[in-house]
Design a protein around this ligand. Structure first.
Ligand code: NAD
Ligand code: IPM
Ligand code: MN
Length: 370
C-alpha cells in the first residue's frame, strides 16, 4: 500500500480542535490498515506569527511543496487584529494558495437528510440538496495589483483593490466546473456581474467559448451574481455546479453553508493543475469556516467540515473514493442517531462536544468497514 505524506496545518482558534479529530481518524485508518499516512505538523496563521513573526515560515512552505496533500484547519482571530497587514494570519493561507497554484476551490454543499430541519431555510427548500460551488482561488480582487491605501494629504485616504482576470485563468476554472458537471447532473451555472464589471464581461465570454468549443453536452446557464445569490436561498436545487470568481465564490459558499445547516458542515478542496509527467496535482483541504473565535477553546466546534475536507483528500488526492463514501455514510448515520454539536442541534437537546462527535463517527466507520 502506498504511503501518503500529509502536512497538517491546524492554525488558530478551533483549527487545532477540529484537526485533532482528523488526527484521530488518520491514526485509526493507519492502525486498521485501511490506508497509510505519514503526517507532519506545521504552523500557520497567528500560531506561526507568534513563533516566527510570519504567517507561515519558509521551512513550512518547503514542507507544503513536498507534501502529497496539505490538511489545513483555520487561521485568524482577534489576538492578531493589530499585526502588520502583510503578516496577518490570513496572509499565510493566501500565500499557500498562490505559491502552490491552487486555483480551483471545490466547495460542495450537501444537506444530510437528518439536518433538513437544522437549516435556517424551510425543509422542502434544502432537503436532498447537493450542489458544488467552484470558486476561482488564485486571481481576482484577492491578488490584483495595485492593492494600496494612500494618504491623500487632505485628511482623506484612498483604498484600492484591483479585480484582474486573464483568459487562461477563466478557461481553466471553467474546465474544472464542466468536468465536474459531467460526473454530476450535467449543468453549470456561471456567475459574474457583467452589467458592472469588465472582468464580468470577459468571464461570461470565456466561459461561453469554452462551453461551445469543448462542452456542448453540458447545460450552461449564466446568472448575475447578486440575483444568483438570491436564487441560492430561494430555490437552491436549481443548481448543480456553480462557477464563479474568487470574491463571489467566497461569499456564495458561506451562504450555501447555511443551506446545509451550519458553516461547520462545509468542506473544501483547493487543487492545482495536473502535472503532465507525474499526473499528480498539488492540493490543500480545508473547511470553509474560519477560526470561530466566539466558540474557540470550548470544545463546541463541529468537526464535520474538517473531517469531510479530509474525505475530499481521500477522493481527489489518493484515489480512496470508496473510503470517502464510507466516511460520508458514517457521518450520515451519526447525524441520524441524533448526536449533534451545538451549531446543528435540535432545540432542547444536549449538544455533543467536538471530541464526542469525532469518536462517534469513527465508531460508525468501524461498523461500515468491518
Ligand atoms: P468563522 O467562520 O470563523 O465563524 C462564523 C460563525 O460560524 C461563528 O459564529 C462561528 O462560531 C460559527 N462556526 C464556524 N465554524 C464552526 C464550526 N466548525 N462549528 C460550529 N460553529 C462554527 O468566521 P468569522 O467569525 O467571520 O472569522 C473569524 C476569523 O477566521 C477571522 O480572522 C477570519 O479571517 C478567519 N477565517 C479564516 C478562514 C480560514 O482559515 N480558511 C476562513 C474564514 C474566516
Ligand atoms: C475562506 C476564507 C479566506 C478567504 C480568508 C481567511 C483569507 O474566508 O477560505 O473562505 O477569504 O478566502
Ligand atoms: Mn470565506
Amino acid at each position: 500500500m502506498a504511503t501518503h505524506k500529509l502536512l497538517l496545518l491546524p492554525g488558530d482558534g478551533i483549527g487545532p480542535e477540529v484537526m485533532a479529530e482528523v488526527k484521530r481518524l488518520i491514526g485509526w485508518l493507519n492502525a486498521k490498515g485501511l490506508a497509510s499516512f505519514e503526517t507532519e505538523d506545521g504552523l500557520v496563521g497567528g500560531a506561526a506569527y507568534d513563533a516566527h513573526g510570519a504567517s507561515i515560515s519558509e521551512a513550512d512552505m518547503t514542507k507544503a511543496k513536498a507534501a502529497d496533500a496539505i490538511i489545513f484547519g483555520a487561521v485568524g482571530g482577534p489576538k492578531w487584529d493589530g499585526v502588520p497587514y502583510d503578516v496577518r494570519p490570513e496572509a499565510g493561507l493566501l500565500r499557500l494558495r498562490k505559491d502552490l497554484g491552487l486555483f480551483a476551490n471545490l466547495r460542495p454543499a450537501v444537506c444530510y437528510p437528518a439536518l433538513a430541519d437544522a437549516s435556517s431555510l424551510k425543509r422542502e427548500i434544502v432537503e436532498g440538496l447537493d450542489i458544488m460551488i467552484v470558486r476561482e482561488l488564485t486571481g481576482g480582487v484577492y491578488f490584483g495589483e495595485p492593492k494600496t491605501i494612500t494618504d491623500l494629504g487632505n485628511g482623506q485616504k484612498r483604498a484600492i483593490d484591483t479585480q484582474v482576470y486573464d483568459t487562461y485563468e477563466i478557461e481553466r476554472i471553467a474546465r474544472v466546473a464542466f468536468d465536474l458537471a459531467r460526473k454530476r447532473r450535467n449543468k453549470v451555472t456561471s456567475m459574474e456581474k457583467r452589467n458592472v464589471m469588465k472582468s464580468g464581461v470577459l468571464w461570461n465570454e470565456v466561459v461561453t467559448s469554452v462551453h461551445v468549443r469543448e462542452y456542448k453536452d453540458v447545460t450552461l446557464e449564466h446568472q448575475l451574481a447578486d440575483s444568483g445569490g438570491m436564487n441560492l436561498v430561494k430555490y437552491p436545487k436549481m443548481f448543480d455546479v456553480i462557477v464563479t470568481d474568487n470574491l463571489f465564490g467566497d461569499m456564495l459558499s458561506d451562504i450555501a453553508a447555511m443551506l446545509t445547516g451550519s458553516l461547520g458542515m462545509l468542506p473544501s478542496a483547493s487543487l492545482g493543475e495536473v502535472d503532465a509527467k507525474t499526473h499528480k496535482r498539488r492540493a490543500l483541504y480545508e473547511p470553509v469556516h474560519g477560526s470561530a473565535p466566539d466558540i474557540a477553546g470550548k470544545g463546541l466546534a463541529n468537526p464535520i467540515a474538517m473531517l469531510t475536507s479530509f474525505g475530499m483528500a481521500l477522493r481527489y488526492s489518493f484515489d480512496l473514493g470508496a473510503l470517502a463514501d464510507k466516511l460520508d455514510a458514517a457521518i450520515a448515520a451519526v447525524l441520524a442517531s441524533g448526536l449533534r454539536t451545538a451549531d446543528i442541534k435540535a432545540e432542547g437537546s444536549t449538544p455533543a462536544s467536538t471530541t464526542q462527535m469525532g469518536e462517534a463517527i469513527i465508531k460508525e466507520l468501524e461498523k461500515l468497514t468491518a
